[in-house]
Design a protein around this ligand. Structure first.
Ligand code: ADP
Ligand code: ADP
Length: 208
């Protein structure tokens, strides 16, 4: 059982690294952001509630997130462990998680604020397979997405004005979690302001 928490500000590269680590770890990526966007699209009650927070760049209430995670962790593919991406984001979420599963390690991807806007405003993904790209830093290959059926998707909240709110939420509500996991002896920091492949190597080394 290996439960990894990928930690870092919005746009740090958590999703990018989770996708790259999937083969090496054999663990599924559990992204609360992806789960919420699916709920918004399906217009479920959770989606309708979450949308107003997401549009404003604010965090969705803890209980909504905790209920989503409780259900997700009952699924078959989560039984050997998962890679949490974008969860937990508050101390109450981390406390709730501790009652559901043991966290094995927290891998923090450190990226300075001044890099975040350019990362988020250039982000797009493949609507078919979910691969994450960037206009300048990780462009679509000349031959197209490796899945062979690329369709471009951009997030409604990936705008400069929303990023400011998301960064504020990160510093006020999420960053204090670093101390929570440092105190538990679980916190490892990797420099995220480098080439994507170098970061993947460091993250996998940290797991060994
Ligand atoms: P997060 O899941 O933490 O929000 P993403 O993985 O979606 O972050 O990455 C945000 C954007 O930055 C994407 O467009 C991605 O291609 C790009 N990106 C990810 N890692 C790096 C990196 N090391 N250097 C430059 N750009 C990166
Ligand atoms: P990011 O690129 O900012 O890391 P995510 O896809 O993780 O984006 O999250 C998008 C939005 O979904 C957040 O701005 C927030 O409104 C909501 N969200 C995602 N995960 C959580 C969480 N664990 N707690 C509260 N809100 C969340």
């Amino acid at each position: 059982m290996l439960n990894i928490v990928l930690f870092g500000p919005p746009g740090a590269g958590k999703g990018t690294q989770a996708q790259r680590m999937m083969d090496a770890t054999g663990l599924p990526q559990v992204s609360t952001g992806d789960m919420l966007r699916a709920a918004v699209k399906a217009q479920t009650s959770v989606g309708l509630e979450a949308k107003k927070y997401m549009d404003a760049g604010a965090l969705v209430p803890d209980q909504v997130i905790i209920d989503l995670i409780k259900d997700r962790m009952k699924e078959g593919d989560a039984q050997d462990g998962v890679m949490f991406d974008g969860f937990p984001r508050t101390v109450p979420q981390a406390e709730a998680l501790a009652k559901i599963v043991d966290v094995s390690i927290v891998l923090a991807i450190d990226v300075p604020d001044e890099r975040i806007v350019e990362r988020i405003c250039g982000r797009f993904s493949c609507g078919n397979c979910g691969a994450v790209y960037h206009d300048s830093f990780n462009p679509l290959p000349k031959l197209g997405c490796t899945c062979g059926a690329f369709s471009e998707k951009r997030r409604a909240d990936d705008t400069e004005s929303t990023v400011v709110a998301r960064l504020k939420a990160y510093h006020e509500q999420t960053a204090p979690l670093a101390t929570f996991y440092e105190d538990a002896g679980l916190f490892t920091v990797v420099d995220g302001d480098r080439d994507i492949d170098l970061i993947t190597t460091d993250l996998l080394n940290a797991l060994n």
